[in-house]
Design a protein around this ligand. Structure first.
Ligand SMILES: [Zn+2]
Length: 432
């Protein structure tokens, strides 16, 4: 016993101090983190919108240590050679609902339990990660299912993207984020419902208490809810200022679901970080969002899928009628906002359509006037800034998480290649 103990002590004594403390904690001497070198014929510099040839990314542990063209590969490194593929940073979707599926729209949700929704989330987290989205911002989930899912992924229990989660979306009684399915005799109110400044502060703080990274607010009516109009505002300026001010004071961002022009204007004036959907954005909204540098998160591809599949998912008629009016109008108005230079971060509202198809949004952005490089920037650099995570994700640069994907073809010429991601790494581990 003593001989072993003293030889361990001698071995420890020869280690540098940093390793020594780590070794003491784990009871075994820590080996230096192994280096992995990822090689590919091409790599997109998403900041510049250019392609680098003979790309090498060096990874140690969870992080990138170097990235560039023809970098020397350290002796003993594990080499992953991706041949003639193109490397890009892992994609970021700023608007998902991982714990919901298209079939949950309308009446079906009444029969679905919170534990069942959480498991829906586990399925969708894996699909999303395999589609190349290594980070999502999940904005609105009943029963804190998104927060449970985020924690399970962070604990390594289930595979999935990094998640900035909101928990239950906040809204007014009878608004888009209330429970509008049940008849009055059931007395059911959405968990995020809060009316007036006092209640709004209480629910903001409760969400943060239970783990919200971001506060989601319903500032206007919506499409997939009963009895409300997407064009009308819901929260007042006073309520919005209270929620957003408190969220910021407590170190959280705030995202506002807003279709109508009035709700967009109020949320921007109250200091919100992003406008989700923005379907009826007008000249004043465009001007205000540029002045305040508020991110627009358009969610446009969903219109195609929803209207085509309305029957298959048994979408109730009043919701389909709203979708038919709002969604084509949104493309026209968002197109104007993009051309006017409103800052855009990528989002999809996946859940309205099947998770894993998120990259179909890129082609819509290009159709509305973005270059492929601009569209790609929305899902990397821009989205990382919106999340407040630009120090850790969004580009392939030293110090950031080794979150990256590889595709065939040239994404700066044809964004649809992003719909067929061939290889995915998250935090230095190959996940696909
Ligand atoms: Zn949504």
């Amino acid at each position: 016993m003593n001989v072993i103990a003293s030889s361990v002590r001698r071995a420890l004594a020869s280690l540098p101090a940093v390793l020594l403390s780590a070794a003491a904690a784990a009871d075994v001497p820590a080996a230096p983190a192994a280096v992995t070198a990822i090689k590919a014929a091409h790599m997109v510099d998403v900041r510049k919108g250019t392609v680098i040839d003979d790309a090498v990314v060096l990874v140690s542990g969870e992080r990138i240590t170097a990235a560039g063209s023809k970098l020397a590969i350290p002796a003993g490194a594990t080499v992953i050679d991706l041949g003639d593929k193109t490397l890009l940073p892992g994609l970021i979707d700023s608007h998902t609902h991982l714990t919901a599926d298209p079939q949950d729209a309308g009446y079906a949700i009444v029969a679905k339990s919170i534990p069942r929704s959480t498991l829906t989330g586990a399925k969708n987290a894996r699909l999303t990660l395999h589609a190349g989205f290594t980070t999502v911002r999940d904005v609105g989930a009943d029963g804190y299912t998104d927060i449970g899912l985020r924690d399970a992924i962070n604990d390594g229990d289930v595979p999935g993207p990094r998640i900035a989660a909101s928990g239950p979306a906040m809204g007014i009684t009878g608004g888009h984020c209330d429970d509008t399915v049940h008849a009055p005799q059931y007395g059911i109110t959405g968990l995020g419902v809060a009316d007036g400044v006092e209640e709004a502060l209480k629910v903001t703080r409760r969400n943060i208490k239970y783990g919200s990274d971001v506060i989601k607010i319903c500032a206007t009516g919506g499409v997939l809810s009963f009895g409300d109009d997407p064009r009308t505002s819901q929260y007042t300026l006073e309520e919005l200022k209270a929620i957003i001010g408190d969220a910021h004071r407590l170190g959280r961002k705030a995202a506002a679901h807003a279709h109508g022009g009035e709700g967009i204007r109020l949320a921007v004036l109250a200091g919100v970080d992003s406008i989700e959907h923005g379907s009826y954005i007008d000249d004043e909204g465009i001007k205000l969002m540029k002045e305040h540098k508020t991110w627009l998160v358009p969610t446009l591809y969903l219109g195609d899928w929803l209207i085509e599949n309305a029957e298959a998912i048994k979408l109730p008629k009043p919701l389909l009628e709203k979708a038919r009016v709002v969604l084509p109008q949104a493309r026209i108005n968002i197109g104007r906002a993009i051309k006017a230079g409103v800052p855009v971060a990528f989002g999809t509202d996946a859940a309205v359509y099947p998770h894993g198809l998120n990259a179909r949004e890129f082609a819509v952005l290009v159709k509305l006037g973005m270059t492929p490089a601009q569209a790609l920037r929305t899902a990397t650099v821009n989205a990382s800034e919106l999340l407040g995570w630009s120090d850790r994700i969004g580009t392939l640069e030293a110090g950031k998480f080794a979150d990256m994907i590889a595709v065939d073809g040239e994404p700066l010429k044809d964004v649809t290649v992003l719909e067929r991601v061939r290889w995915v790494m998250k935090g230095g581990a190959v996940v696909r």
